[in-house]
Ligand binder design. Structure first.
Ligand SMILES: [Zn+2]
Length: 202
């Protein structure tokens, strides 16, 4: 086991069985999710969404995609297509779930069985999904609120990704929202909070 967290902690807010789960900052250089989720929790503390503002606090502190052990968390999930990869910023770890951050999210999903999951990334300005027609429907609802295109295939392979593990292998609808990095955090609030509101009654 590699305990990479160096004094930073991962927080899970409002844990609840079968709730919808929202997760930010798989990649430390995509900090938008942390800001948006924390602000939403402050404004709407009674939300029924289960929320993890920042899965990769070490990476966020270092402003790197990877965590402190040099692993791309979104290549470290125990999916059917995990594979050993080169040690670059997409390194998937020595074995699936080698990272404490990955295990935290796997444990959370297994413990609470969320009925759908939204993950927040940047910078591509698109909505991607993993899973069946329910994931596709949810992706289109989200895309309509924020005005981004739905893109089924992101254009490159993502072995060991969270979407493959949760969406394809475990059949939980997963939507990946790639936020437009050119839009300020303040201007992302309205569409993203609109998406959270929609999810609360989904
Ligand atoms: Zn990302």
């Amino acid at each position: 086991m590699t305990f990479t967290l160096s004094g930073n902690s991962i927080e899970l807010f409002k844990p609840s069985l079968r709730a919808i789960l929202v997760v930010g900052v798989f990649h430390g250089d995509e900090p938008q999710g942390d800001y948006l989720i924390r602000k939403y929790l402050k404004l709407y503390p009674d939300t029924n969404l289960m929320m993890v503002p920042c899965l990769n606090p070490d990476g966020m502190k270092m402003q790197t995609r990877i965590n402190a052990a040099g692993v791309d968390l979104n290549r470290n999930f125990p999916s059917s297509n995990w594979e050993i990869s080169e040690k670059n910023e997409y390194y998937g770890g020595d074995y699936p779930c080698s990272e404490i951050e990955t295990r935290f999210l796997v444990d959370t999903v297994e413990k609470y069985s969320p009925r759908a999951i939204l993950t927040l990334h940047a910078p591509y300005r698109l909505v991607n999904y993993d899973g069946d027609c329910e994931a596709e429907m949810l992706a289109y609802k989200i895309a309509k609120i924020i005005g981004y295109p739905v893109q089924k295939n992101i254009g490159y392979p993502t072995p060991g990704s969270f979407g493959t593990w949760a969406g394809i292998d475990n059949k939980i609808p997963v939507v990946t929202l790639e936020l437009d990095e050119k839009v300020s955090l303040l201007n992302l609030e309205k569409p993203v909070f609109g998406i959270f509101k929609m999810l609360e009654s989904y």
